[in-house]
Design a protein around this ligand. Structure first.
Ligand code: NAP
Length: 482
């Protein structure tokens, strides 16, 4: 079940949030601490208007909520409002108020015993859940996940606490997001969402949880794929793979994993039987020691963006190489591109330079840090220079922008600011958000043929999808949504 935490300040705002999410949620959490005015009428109207089961919660500041008044007042409000037709009441683990529990029981309201750790995952996580369950109908623990190892403990609960049926395990923070999307794999009865993400750290909206991830449909047979990176939540890859699985009719899900240590992620991948994953900055080299098999491109480039389970080992391939080539292949085949300038000397530039050199293109690498350009040039048989090497730029058929300049927070930066493009040149920017970077807008104004980063993103994603699933990517991907 997906639970919508209501973050509206008024009854009307809460009812609007419910309507916006209808169809994607199974229950609502009424957060008294977020409401501007707490009254029995308000609670009753939300319960009736929602036409869904509901949880009554009055969260204190120290547990991550907004209530900072007296405890006596809070508990007496809960005592009064539990009679407003709610299905569950959330009572924190330290609260000892037998009359509140008794009243809830008399009214047939189920008790959620909850515990929050805003700093860490406690070492006695499983024992705490068992203890909570003894004092309520549902045990709920919300803990702050600060690394992949923490996340493993949350997913481990499913096996460790198999016999404990009604429990809710929530991983807060960005590291915890997979435990929300894959809540069923932690053994949780439900997970929380909010329309604006303001309900708690790491909340996704019901539209994303249901519309993109189909989190409620995950079952024993669901094949898990994902992407690892740091940061990772900005990535558009879930918007390529999840709709693809859906269109093909595959029971599979693709989840973003914020990863601090690649070693721990490989352990998590075994625990969750992950079938394959994409790799983004900064882990493209760090995964190499864990791969039993690598493709020719990975060997050449020294970086891997796709890892697949292959027999009893992990296999690494690089779809950036072919994804980059895809939009310019006809131009290369027609010998329209013989020389190129590659701006940047980072991970993406490595794939680009090798792909171009493989097609017998003359390449000059221009980079802010000249030593990095020199090193990559030496490895690939290219030339190199600084960003203002206008002679190199003027003689290039193709200019490829591979730096992170142009992408937030560097969206105002154009690494070739002082250079005027000639209309015969083809300009390719790997940055895909925004679609038009400053550099690409200037190239379009100069009359150049331009190639968007999203074209490469889709092409490399489609190749990944095919390696993951064995299926051709289906028609119907809306590139505008990336
Ligand atoms: P990276 O390894 O961190 O390399 C970053 C590059 O950007 C370096 O050359 C760095 O120069 C340069 N740079 C950073 N800030 C700069 C600035 N203010 N001015 C000039 N140069 C600057 O990153 P990466 O993996 O290569 O990724 C780079 C970009 O490619 C990202 O925007 C990524 O999203 C994009 N990308 C797109 C696709 C796609 O499918 N479209 C695929 C892969 C990557 P120094 O050496 O001087 O630091």
């Amino acid at each position: 079940m997906l639970c919508l935490t209501l973050t509206g300040k008024s009854e009307q705002e809460c009812l609007q949030q419910i309507e916006k999410s209808r169809g994607s949620i199974d229950l609502v959490e009424i957060r008294l601490d977020l409401l501007g005015h707490v009254s029995a009428d308000t609670v009753r109207n939300i319960v009736t208007g929602s036409r869904l089961p509901s949880i009554l919660t009055y969260r204190r500041k120290r547990d991550g909520g907004a209530y900072d008044g007296g405890e006596r007042q809070r508990l007496s409000s809960l005592c009064e409002l539990v009679a407003c037709g709610v299905t569950y009441i959330d009572i924190e683990e330290d609260v000892k108020r037998p009359e509140l529990e008794q009243k809830a029981r008399e009214l047939g309201v189920k008790i959620i015993r909850s515990c929050h750790d805003l700093e860490k995952v406690p070492s006695d996580l499983y024992a705490r859940i068992v203890k909570l369950k003894k004092r309520g109908d549902v045990a709920k623990i919300a803990v702050t996940v600060t690394c992949v190892e923490d996340l493993m403990k949350l997913f481990g609960a499913r096996r460790e606490l198999q016999s404990l049926k009604e429990k809710v395990i929530v991983g807060m923070g960005e590291f915890g997001i997979p435990s929300r999307i894959l809540y069923k794999r932690t053994g949780s009865l439900f997970t929380f969402t909010s329309v604006d993400g303001k309900g708690a750290s790491g909340h996704l909206s019901p539209r994303i949880m249901d519309g993109l991830y189909h989190a409620r449909s995950v079952n024993e047979d669901t094949k898990i794929f994902g992407i690892i990176g740091n940061p990772v939540m900005h990535t558009s890859s879930p918007r390529i793979h999840n709709p693809g699985f859906h269109l093909v009719g595959l029971n599979a899900i693709y989840v973003p994993f914020l990863v601090d240590e690649v070693r721990s992620f490989f352990q998590l991948a075994d625990l969750l039987s992950i079938k394959g994953f994409s790799v983004t900055v900064p882990h493209k080299q760090a995964v190499l020691p864990y791969l039993g098999k690598i493709s020719r491109e990975v060997k050449l480039i020294g970086s891997c963006n796709t890892v697949l389970r292959h027999a009893m080992m992990w296999k690494g391939v690089n779809t950036d190489f072919y994804g980059f080539l895809d939009p310019i292949r006809p131009l290369l085949d027609a010998s329209r591109i013989r020389s190129a300038v590659v701006v940047g000397a980072g991970g993406a530039a490595r794939s680009v330079v090798w792909a171009l050199r493989n097609h017998y293109c003359r390449v000059t690498i221009l980079n802010r840090t000249i030593e990095r350009a020199r090193d990559l040039a030496a490895q690939t048989g290219s030339s190199y220079g600084p960003l203002d090497d206008h002679a190199a730029l003027e003689s290039a058929d193709l200019i490829v922008q591979t730096t992170s300049a142009g992408m937030p927070p560097l969206e105002e930066i154009d690494p070739l600011e002082g250079y005027s493009f000639s209309k015969e040149q083809i300009v390719y920017d790997l940055v895909y958000k925004p679609r038009y970077t400053r550099l690409l807008s200037r190239a379009a104004e100069a009359g150049c043929q331009i190639i968007f980063g999203s074209q490469m993103l889709i092409a490399q994603g489609v190749l990944q999808f095919e390696s993951f699933t064995g299926f051709n990517y289906p028609e119907g991907l809306d590139a505008e949504l990336l």
